[in-house]
Ligand binder design. Structure first.
Ligand code: ATP
Length: 336
């Protein structure tokens, strides 16, 4: 079997809230344990092939951003392992670790928050090149200009500050900053969600052009299924910290297997009427990741829920050559 370009293997990420004074007193008296951990990402396995665009979708709070941050090394996993080009990233040290951190770049939803307001665009885009001495000092300017041109920014902008740009231009600066270090994997966390619809299309086209030109691999996080369908080769649907379905975009959108995917896809507004198609709306709200429902976490909202769904958590199983789903309606197949 060929080596997977990037892999999250059985990865979980928990957050433990700081206990209140009352909780600390009660714990000290031995009446109860520490507050429960919130399972933002819960036992996720995701393999990404070189050159693929994998879209990651789900409702707000389902753990998409946390998973993206774990993938880029910004957050360590609480359990499980991240593999980059076949090697567990926890075993990488020195140059190898730096190489992983540079080759796997993140593009954020709000580039403004990640851009130092006191630095000029030229400095921002060339910063990592200078700090890590990736190119000789006298070549930083040339590399910076090249990448600004590539993302469609006028070279006259080099001496301007982030606040002097529109949202779309700032996102181009964020992309240029990521590209400057010659990454091979971009993890994009809702990179167009904050932009006007007309600007969104331009920035998505930029992502696709850059991918084509540089042969990049993307993990593209979005709550917008229209965007994800447009750009992804494969799509993973996440619900309450877990992947509930993954498959090729064409197949998954044509015939979603998991009831949650079905509900999400039925809710996409029709391109013709701009109205939502007739659909059974998702009942209820996303449950708290602090106390997920037992069995299948989706069962309280599922129109097909069976007694087993309340008790046994369905594993993610392969249901066709390039599709897996975690649902008892499809649970006769092989576990992934
Ligand atoms: N640093 C943190 N400390 C505590 N809880 C956190 C932290 N980061 C995320 N969470 C919680 O983890 C869960 C998943 O959050 P996450 O931001 O990953 O979801 P998301 O799907 O990206 O949502 P959104 O689209 O709203 O950003 C949420 O319940 C969130 O409140």
């Amino acid at each position: 079997m060929s080596e997977t370009f990037f892999e999250l293997r059985d990865v979980s990420r928990y957050f433990r809230s700081k206990p209140s004074l009352t909780q600390r007193i009660v714990t000290a008296l031995g009446r109860t344990g520490p507050p429960p951990a919130l399972r933002a990402v819960d036992d996720v396995t995701l393999r990404i092939r070189a050159g693929e665009v994998v879209g990651l979708v789900g409702e707000s709070g389902c753990g998409k951003s946390t998973l993206a941050r774990v993938a880029t090394g910004i957050l360590p996993p609480s359990a499980g392992e991240v593999f980059y080009k076949g090697r567990p990233v926890t075993e990488l040290t020195g140059k190898d670790r730096l190489n992983y951190l540079l080759k796997v770049q993140m593009v954020f939803q709000d580039p403004y928050a990640s851009l130092n307001p006191r630095m000029k665009v030229g400095q921002l885009v060339g910063e990592a090149l200078r700090v890590h001495k990736l190119v000789p000092k006298n070549e930083v300017g040339e590399r910076t200009r090249g990448v600004l041109k590539e993302v469609g920014l006028d070279l006259g902008y080099m001496d301007r500050y982030p606040h002097q740009f529109s949202g779309g231009q700032r996102q181009r600066i964020g992309i240029a900053r990521a590209l400057a270090v010659e990454p091979d994997f971009l993890v994009c966390d809702e990179p167009v969600s904050a932009l006007d619809v007309s600007i969104q299309a331009q920035v998505i086209n930029l992502f696709m052009d850059v991918r084509e030109r540089r042969g990049l691999t993307y993990l593209f996080v979005s709550h917008d299924l229209g965007v994800v369908r447009h750009i992804s080769d494969r799509v993973a649907i996440m619900y309450l910290g877990r992947i509930v379905e993954i498959g090729t975009a064409a197949e998954l959108f044509a015939k979603p297997a998991h009831p949650y995917s079905q509900a999400l896809i039925r809710a996409i507004p029709s391109a013709v009427t701009r109205r939502r198609r007739a659909f059974t709306p998702l009942k209820g709200e996303l449950p708290s990741a602090l106390s997920p429902p037992p069995g299948c976490a989706f069962h309280p909202r599922c129109e097909h829920a069976m007694p087993i769904c309340r008790e046994v958590r369905p594993p993610l199983v392969q249901i066709s050559p390039d599709r897996s789903a975690a649902c008892h309606l499809h649970s006769t197949s092989e576990s992934v």
